[in-house]
Design a protein around this ligand. Sequence first.
Ligand code: 6PG
Length: 236
Amino acid sequence: MNSIQVFSSKQELANAAALQSITQLSEAIEEYGHAAWVIAGGSTPELAYSVIAKNYLDDIDWSKVTIIIGDERIALFDSNDSNWKHANEILLRHIPQAVLHRPISSMNAETAADDYESVLNTLPKTSQNFPRFDLVWLGMGEDGHTLSLFPNHPGFTPTDRLVIPIHDSPKPPSDRVTLTLHALQGAETTIILAAGAGKAEALKVAQSPDNDLPIAQAARLTNADWLIDQDAAANL
Ligand code: 6PG
């Protein structure tokens, strides 16, 4: 793990995540002429999306940014279950110049996963031939899941797929598509956003070097920076 930054409030965490992300996207555009950002689902990132929408729309040439989402629920686009819907309402609708790729979440999980995998394979690659993700945001569940990779779930097994379908998710809704740990090998900079007392136990456990929670494996694999609030840091 690269660093753990503890913030006094969710707003301070969001402010920092937004600023660090804009800096990272700008640097990637400078270096590659383009940037790919994997946004996160769940509620924690939403405050940071709103900080970007409020303060940074003019700081980036968004036409040079491709945005994908790390995981999505199988739900209609306008369903409250849709991660993309929430990110769109808060931020994405303000940056129509960006190249947006979302899973076809109205289809079944297998079809949506296959389609999304083929989309990711069109992105610029790293020297190891993975889609290059210049910036990855990850959330973390209270059970230590990230994306839609859940501990002790049959879907969380080694794979050389970039995207897999998930059924019987312990966090509703049941059916999802998710990036895999394999896909995260293309991550250049990864930020884990975790806030609230409910995350404190899993966050503590995930720091041990041999912990096998999905978030722990993702953090080690990507050398992620943790951006957490004081409540989530309570057990550190
Ligand atoms: C999802 C999310 C999920 C989320 C964590 C944290 O589809 O549910 O991608 O992995 O990031 O569950 O969610 P909160 O930020 O709402 O606590």
